[in-house]
Design a protein around this ligand. Structure first.
Ligand SMILES: C[S@@+](CC[C@H](N)C(=O)[O-])C[C@H]1O[C@@H](n2cnc3c(N)ncnc32)[C@H](O)[C@@H]1O
Length: 282
């Protein structure tokens, strides 16, 4: 049974974790530099899937009008407390933005792969909604999990699993030297891989990923969100196609490290890709 991501995000623990984040992703810094203060100051911005307000502090003071939106009330509670009445926050589902009229914004941000918590059908609905609420000439910037990422298969190896488990209890130095701890970690890692295979309904993750790649998109349980829910992965080629289909033009890609490039090899080195695109309306 598919798990609704909203239940995962709408929790005190997860919202507090996001509320403690206080940095910009390099690709977000690149965008701010690229747009420049003059352009940003003339923009009405919707920060969709605002989470705990990580991006608010950096974008809100730069734009003409700022509103953060999220479908998880727990996230909005964190934002309202964090920014104590300075900025607007509203409960809104990206797939049906009933609270917003057509042509309301110049800039929609949907950062940190929030869009990957949807099914394919819902993703297309959200893209149409973003297109609808943007004015002609308005821009959409978002990130998404990269199905072409060369490191993707590596997420599902015992070696990687042991590394992750060791990192999470790495602070207990004395245990790191204990051979029993190695056995325990090996067992935990094997269980983790078994569980991911089970959730993805496969015994061969490599073939599973190859199949999704042939389809250019698909849902993967990759152990993010505690492995409870799947994440949508897409190739840059398919993502661009989806954007064109929903009325976006002038599509550019950026690596997570903030390099603007359409070089497939370069983009494949990263687990996320950022997309910048524009709306043109009659
Ligand atoms: C990975 S978090 C990122 C939060 C924040 N943008 C950041 O960069 O720290 C994704 C956010 O998107 C929100 N989200 C997911 N699906 C949504 C939807 N359909 N409508 C509105 N918000 C959504 C989640 O509640 C969560 O706060």
């Amino acid at each position: 049974m598919a798990i609704d991501h909203k239940n995962l995000y709408d929790s005190e623990q997860v919202s507090m974790d996001y509320g403690n984040r206080d940095y910009l992703e390099p690709a977000e810094e690149t965008l701010i530099t690229e747009l420049g203060p003059g352009m940003l100051a003339a923009m009405d911005m919707l920060d969709m899937g605002v989470g705990g307000g990580r991006t608010t502090k950096y974008f809100a003071p730069l734009v003409r009008y700022y509103i953060g939106a999220d479908y998880a009330p727990a996230m909005l509670k964190v934002c309202k407390k964090r920014f104590a009445g300075d900025f607007n926050f509203i409960e809104c589902d990206a797939r049906a933005m009933e609270g917003f009229n057509d042509n309301s914004f110049d800039f929609v941000l949907f950062s940190f792969n929030g869009i990957d918590s949807f099914s394919h059908k819902d993703r297309m609905a959200a893209l149409k909604e973003v297109q609808r609420v943007l004015r002609s000439g308005g821009i959409f910037y978002f990130s998404s999990h990269n199905l072409n990422w060369t490191g993707l298969e590596g997420l599902f190896t015992i070696k990687n699993s042991i590394k992750k488990i060791s990192a999470s209890d790495g602070k207990r130095e004395n245990e790191n030297r204990n051979p029993l701890m190695h056995v325990l970690r090996g067992t935990k890692a094997a269980y983790r891989i078994f569980r991911l295979n089970f959730l993805n309904r496969t015994v061969d993750m490599k073939s599973f990923i190859d199949k999704l790649r042939r389809n250019e998109k698909g849902d993967i349980y990759d152990n993010s969100l505690n492995g409870i829910a799947s994440i949508y992965y897409v190739t840059p080629k398919e993502q661009k196609r989806q954007l064109k289909e929903t009325g976006f033009i002038d599509i550019f890609t950026y690596s997570r490290s903030g390099i603007k490039t359409d070089n497939d090899e370069l983009l494949s080195q990263g687990g996320w890709v950022y997309y910048l695109c524009k709306v043109s309306k009659p």
